[in-house]
Design a protein around this ligand. Structure first.
Ligand SMILES: *Cc1c(COP(=O)(O)O)cnc(C)c1O
Length: 417
């Protein structure tokens, strides 16, 4: 009777009671702005919880008030999302950026420093360096290749050891798949935390999660997702999520209530539908990606392939060690350098037939793009060089098509290059 169901077995049913919805097997879209209270006392009690005026009692559920605060589609989605990372709680947002910006705003105050890894998603970079700056919050970055000692030297040089509020990392890094040691970052966060001030470790897990990497098991406090990517998985919705401890998610939800950036019931419902096939989609994408990466590595017109599954125990010893320690899979994002430069990379992209030329990732269809002039065009050239985003780099998000067809398309596009 102690059987523990796997997350994929619970995605069709967890947290939903058919008897509350006319017996419908599927959770309906609760397309409603407001909810009726049974009594005034009930309304008062629901608001106390929603506005953080008191903690929930053991076994108490937050009452439904108004769809900016909570909605059944969002609550069921949050309960199911939390299962993958074995998190206590989750909160869903109208985009990955709204999840990220809300977390940064909740945990940082004027005078604070956020230490972040580069390369990081362009929107996160912009928010930290331009928006937070207006509120007196300073963003300091470290290269993904930095050792712990080098990171500490940066903090000391910036006189930031006493004002550090958050360490924010993205691993594997987009688009090079470089890995950061999460436990090393957790140790840094612990070192600079004081009894009255915790340094929070946030990890953007969009690239690997929620299947292939569980940052909470490696010392992260908060795990962030662009649910637009693997979680949504069909390139038809923009959404975001954060998972973590109950007390943290409660704080984040209070700010979400006032920013009003929760996702809509319809988006919540679409993501519930997506979660039912998350495991089979991601398994197939990873299997395909391994085949594609191996094919590319053997191709004479390809200079180098960046894929965690191809890391070499001897030549990439440190990256390999981190990979083995913290990743449960190699993912479905494959980047590679073509022989040549922008001209050759563009020829390849323009000649694809099945794979579409578009940014974004994690969807059922395979996508290809040119990071240096598209997703990462904003990064200064010197930094691009340092982190390996060259003119010859192409990024592939591998979908669920038959891998023979993906490889056929890659092969014929490389042949005209
Ligand atoms: C897409 C993406 C984001 C932003 O998410 P949106 O849903 O587009 O707002 C953040 N981080 C990573 C790693 C992403 O790929």
């Amino acid at each position: 009777m102690n059987h523990q169901f796997a997350p994929e077995s619970l995605m069709m049913s967890f947290g939903y009671k058919p008897e509350l919805s006319e017996g419908a097997i599927k959770c309906p879209i609760f397309q409603t702005s407001t909810f009726v209270f049974k009594t005034a006392e009930e309304g008062k009690s629901f608001f106390e919880i929603a506005y953080g005026k008191r903690q929930m009692a053991e076994g108490e559920q937050p009452g439904l008030i108004y769809s900016r605060i909570n909605n059944p589609d969002l609550e069921i989605l949050e309960d199911r999302l939390a299962l993958w990372d074995r998190a206590e709680k989750a909160a869903v947002f109208e985009s990955g950026m709204s999840a990220i910006s809300t977390v940064l705003m909740e945990y940082l105050s004027p005078g604070d420093v956020v230490l972040y890894s580069t390369p990081v998603y362009g929107g996160s970079h912009h928010f930290m360096n331009h928006v937070l700056k207006k509120f007196g919050i300073k963003a300091i970055s470290f290269d993904i290749s930095c050792s712990r000692e080098e990171i500490e030297a940066i903090l000391t040089a910036e006189n930031a050891t006493g004002s550090l509020g958050m360490i924010y990392i993205e691993t594997p890094a987009n688009p090079t798949n470089a890995l950061i040691d999460m436990e090393m970052c957790a140790a840094l966060a612990a070192k600079y935390s004081t009894p009255d001030r915790r340094v929070v470790l946030s990890v953007d897990n969009t690239y690997m999660g929620p299947l292939w990497q569980h940052p909470l098991d490696h010392g992260a406090d908060l795990v962030l997702y662009s649910a637009t990517k693997y979680i949504g998985g069909h390139s038809d919705v923009i959404a975001g999520a954060v998972v973590g401890r109950a007390a943290d998610i409660q704080r984040i939800k209070v700010l979400r209530t006032f920013l009003g950036n929760m996702c809509s019931p319809h988006t919540g419902w679409l993501l519930l539908r997506s979660l039912e096939t998350l495991k089979v989609r991601m398994d197939q994408q990873q299997l395909n990606a391994i085949k594609v990466a191996e094919y590319l590595q053997a191709h004479p017109k390809v200079e180098k392939v960046y894929y965690p599954g191809l890391l070499d125990e001897i030549n990439d010893a440190e990256q390999y060690r981190i990979y083995k320690k913290q990743c449960l899979g190699s993912g479905a994002m494959v980047s590679f350098d073509v022989k040549g430069g922008e001209k050759e990379a563009f020829k390849f992209l323009n000649n694809l037939k099945l794979i579409k030329l578009a940014v974004s990732l994690g969807g059922t269809e395979s996508l290809a793009e040119h990071p240096a002039t598209m997703t990462h065009t904003d990064i200064p050239d010197a930094e691009k060089d340092r982190i390996g985003i060259s003119e010859k780099l192409v990024r592939l998000s591998v979908g669920i098509e038959h891998y023979n067809d993906i490889i056929y398309d890659v092969e014929q596009a490389l042949s005209v290059m």
